[in-house]
Design a protein around this ligand. Structure first.
Ligand SMILES: [Zn+2]
Length: 430
């Protein structure tokens, strides 16, 4: 868990998380491929590609011929606020940032804390454009609360308007009229006038820590869903299957519905699987037989039982922190788990000696959505939706159980040893 906390201190956005995972993969002898080039693959090889700087797909080819794919998936983005194209908003002596909401943050958790700015900028160069990562991980802005004296009802619940209440304060220009773009240009060693456009987000500067009498809790920004992403990559790195290609894909934009080229509704997974088969000389019909033997584990954190609000949880299907991997179910298939995919994953957990628990939402609560049911539209194969239980989902600072990440890594390591054959419509041999 400490290694995870160390990892996520430099990953304030999906861009940074993807870049950091690329570093880790390279250090573990994975070779970088590009979508715009032909792929030369070797049996026993390890590879990865990125798409648009904020999604990543890594895979390990077995030494033998393969007949299926063992796929895991998660997302790299978290709820926050995005700076608008013309983000400078001057009100008298104060300079604020004009932002819009990204995903579904709990607004109140963003008040009264030092905030940084991170993302990417596009810089004009001699022969074109180039994207550069930016991480100003220093206190640059804050969203101050209104004093309680001006709203005596503040503790009874307040409606917050993102265009009024949530704009961060950046500068007092009577002191010095500093421009954010100048700060960024300075940091990147480029001219501010060469910065053409940007994808910049507010970031929480708080570091992660272990909490509780037994350090049984872990608190950090972006636990949803960097915790699962970290676990999946960790499991992939040393994986080896006899007859399956092991794949891990981490998407951007889950928090805003996934419908982007780098999101789960895009073609990254579908395209990559086909290109792997083509690189080994298999035709499309053969590739489809491989898909028919394949399985996806989609990992995204789950709403763990909150002791202050017991009435929010299903009476027989609540899940708990530190009680192992959560297998998510929903009759409307907003989680794509069915009896067969659940059973297969349960068997894997048992083999790996890992605790697991089954969950559904209460029938009168909608619950969240995730990438699983989106993925099966493009790659229509059995999928289990899993996650790790956490509290305060979509807070700027979330809480999870400190034991669960290890369970995830162990179970996925076991999953990656399998070579699944699905026969007779739904008979799983592994
Ligand atoms: Zn999530």
């Amino acid at each position: 868990m400490k290694r995870f906390l160390n990892f996520i201190k430099d990953t304030p956005t999906a861009f940074h998380a993807a870049a950091k995972f690329k570093e880790v993969l390279k250090a573990n002898n994975f070779i970088e491929l590009f979508e715009g080039e032909e792929w030369q693959l070797k049996k026993g090889g390890k590879y990865f590609i990125g798409r648009n700087m904020s999604s990543i797909l890594a895979f390990v080819v077995p030494k033998n011929d393969y007949y299926s794919f063992n796929i895991t998936a998660a997302h790299l983005d978290s709820p926050t606020f995005k700076l608008k194209p013309n983000f400078t908003l001057e009100k008298g002596r104060y300079v604020k940032f004009n932002t819009e909401v990204y995903g579904g943050p709990i607004f109140s958790t963003w008040f009264d804390r030092p905030l940084g700015i991170a993302g990417r900028v596009i810089v004009a160069e001699k022969n074109g454009l180039s994207a550069k990562l930016v991480n100003l991980c220093e206190p640059l802005a804050m969203i101050p609360n209104l004093p309680i004296h001006y709203n005596r009802n503040v503790n009874k619940g307040v409606e917050l308007n993102p265009q009024i209440d949530l704009l961060p304060l950046f500068a007092d220009k009577n002191i010095n009229d500093v421009k954010l773009l100048d700060l960024i240009a300075q940091r990147l060693n480029v001219k501010a006038s060469d910065i053409v456009s940007s994808d910049l987000y507010l970031t929480n500067l708080d570091r992660g820590c272990l909490v509780g009498a037994n350090k049984e809790f872990v608190m950090a920004p972006q636990i949803d869903n960097l915790e699962c992403s970290y676990g999946l990559i960790e499991a992939l790195i040393n994986s080896e299957s006899l007859n399956s290609v092991n794949v891990c894909v981490l998407f951007d934009n889950e928090e805003i519905g996934s419908s982007t080229m780098q999101g789960a509704a895009g073609s990254l997974l579908e395209d990559s699987l086909l290109r792997i088969s083509r690189a080994f000389g298999y035709d499309y019909a053969k590739h489809l037989t491989f898909l028919a033997n394949s399985f996806i584990v989609s990992a995204d954190n789950a709403q763990g039982f909150h002791p202050n609000y017991p009435s929010k949880y299903d009476e027989t299907n609540a899940c708990y922190l530190n009680e192992g991997i959560v297998i998510k179910n929903a009759a409307k298939m907003s989680y794509a788990t069915d009896a067969m995919s659940s059973a297969y994953f349960q068997q894997i957990c048992k083999e790996a000696n890992v605790k697991y628990q089954l969950t559904t939402n209460r029938s009168d609560i909608v619950g969240g959505s995730t990438i699983g049911s989106i993925l099966v539209k493009n790659v229509s194969i059995p999928l289990v939706d899993i996650g790790l239980a956490q509290l305060a989902m979509h807070s700027a600072y979330e809480t999870a159980g400190s034991l669960d990440l290890e369970y995830l890594i162990k179970a996925i390591q076991k999953f990656y040893t399998k070579s699944l054959k699905i026969t007779a419509e739904v008979k799983f041999n592994y």
